[in-house]
Structures are given as C-alpha cells and as structure tokens.
Design a binder for this molecule. Sequence first.
Ligand code: GLU
Length: 373
Amino acid sequence: MRRSILNSCKRIVVKVGSHVVTAQKTGLNVHAIKRIAKNVLEAKELGYEIVIVSSGAIVSGIQKLGLTSRLTSLPLKQAAAAVGQGHLIRAYDHAFETAGQQVAQILLTNDTMTDRERFLNARHTVTALLKLGVIPIVNENDTVSVDEIKFGDNDTLAGMVANLIDAQLLIILSDVDGLFSEDPRHNPMALLIPTVRKVTAEIEKIATGAVSIEGTGGMTSKVETAKRMAVSGIPTIIINGKRTGSMSDVLDGKEIGTVFLPQKVRRANRKHWIAFIRRTKGKLTLDSGAVKAVLQRGKSLLPAGVTAIDGKFDHGDAIGCVDKKGHEIAKGLVNYSSSDLAKIKGRKTGEIKQVLGYKDYDEVIHRDNMVIM
Ligand code: GLU
C-alpha cells in the first residue's frame, strides 16, 4: 500500500511541528533543521517536489526575546512570531544554502485560502517556485492573523497547502511515532496503529485522548487534517520527526508511523477547495428528506428541505449543512444570502420568485458546489 502511494506521488507537503525544530528553553534547533533539509534534499534527488510547512516562529521568538512565561496575549504571541519567523527562515535558508538550494518564504492567512481568487494566486506562486526548483517554506502569517482569519494550527495549514498545490502526499513530522491505540506514556502496551483506512468516530476519540507533547493542535488536529485529506483523495503519514532517518524510511516504503489512506474518489479542484474551507460562514439544518436526497441520491439542496438557518452569510459564501441532530453532512457554496434564505426556507422552488421578487437559482446549494463530508 505504501509503495503504491509513493509510486503515484510527485508532490509532497512536509509539515514540521514546532517541537521538532525548537525547544521551549533553547529556541531553534539548528541541527534538527539541518537534518530536515538533508532529508528534503534526498527526497528532491529522488524526483519529488517538496513544499515545507514549518512551525516554530513563536517558540523561537519567545526564546529570542527572553520571554519565559507562557504567553497568553495574542499581540505578544504575534510579536514573538515576528521575531521568530526571521530566525526560522534564516536557519532553513542556511541549512539549504550549503547544498546550493534556494528556498522561499511564504506566509499565508486563512482568508487567502477561502477566497478563490487569492487561493489561485497563491497556487500560481507556489507552482512557479516549484518549477524553478525552489523549496517553498510556508508558515501562517501569525503577525496579522487574528482569530477570525486564523488557521489555528499548522496541521490545518499543511492540509490547505497540500490542497492548494495538488500534492499527492502529506507527511507530518511530529514528536511522537504516530497514532497509538492508547496514550503510550500511560499504557506501555499501547500499540502504534500503522494504517487507518477510515477516520471513524473511534479513531477521532483515540486522537483526542492521545497526548503529543507538541504545541497547538496535538493529535486531534493531525487526525482531523488527515480526515479532510482522505476525503480529498490525499494520503497522510504521521511520523516521528525527531528520529533521524524517519523521512527517508517513509520514502523507502518502510512501515513506520501511521498512514491514513485516501478515499478513492479524487474530486474536481473546485470541490477539493470547498472541502478544505474550515471556517464556514453559517449553517443550514436540513429535514430528513433533504438529507436523503443529498446523501443518497446525489441531489442539490432546494429551499424546501431547509428547516433552520444559522449565521449571517452572502450569496457565494461557504456554509455547512447539518441534519436534525447537528451532524455536518455537507459543505457548499450557497446561492442565497441568509436573509433571503430565511424568507424562502421550507418553500417550493416555484415560490422563490414570488417571495423574493427574483429567482437566480432553483437550488440553495447546487450539487456542483457541494461536498459531502
Ligand atoms: N505558526 C506557529 C509558529 O510558527 C505554529 C502553529 C502550530 O504549530 O500549529 O510558531
């Protein structure tokens, strides 16, 4: 399985966790960065195109500024990131420079990804860099990322980037060996799960309990990212980035870490993009008929099937669809604003014009703009 993943793979996103390249007290770990650079260069030698998504700006900045306490205020974290990002990229640049390899710094915010035009711009830039043989090194633009536009964690960002550049594999370098059946620190009998065929509720539960010493997202955000990746047809492998040789082992097809297998279908780019939009502007509750029509019959969503509307959104915004119990079943780009939808929910398509005075679409969300979650 792993071999076949690698055989059909050209572009890889390598996500490097904060704790792989930094330590709280000593800041940046230049040796770790050199090791990663060496592994990435080996991968490039093998013909892969690599994009790195690296954390570490905040931890590095905290150390450089001599801020020892845990930072709670956002501006302080942003200040630390502003200082740390420079050091982080310099360390990568230096590590690659000795091999004559150019790198590029790319800082993204979540709104770059949710706006289709900006998304395509970012995609063109990264693609151009790859064509030039440059290794892009991506991080969140922490200095301007306030809550509303935050990715939140770099696992999510790495997933978005993989989606952005149509990568065929995401490798997450973590500070643990992969996903375990239980927390290995509490139960020495805990087993590493080598393959996850599907991210079920049980797997999600295991991830919530799993403790990675690592920063922002822990195992939960890794598994959630792997789940979204799988839905988009991209496999994810979580390995221990602190172990020398783990990346070359993966590229050798060795059974290390945890691989999350992709679902078979690969979506059209647009749907792929919709699946990755994390922060939707609102949600619609569907009646059971609409749930069935969407899930089992591949239909678009019509106003008649909508029973409730949450949030304020405009035509074209991404919103979620939930069933009566609140489980998200689909995501899509909506054809009507929340205020117009409030007027036509539960109504027949034939009534739209009469109620709103116009009818641009029959559907609330057209099937082509909808992704089943
Ligand atoms: N962007 C943050 C940093 O570079 C890291 C966020 C994360 O690790 O999830 O420090």
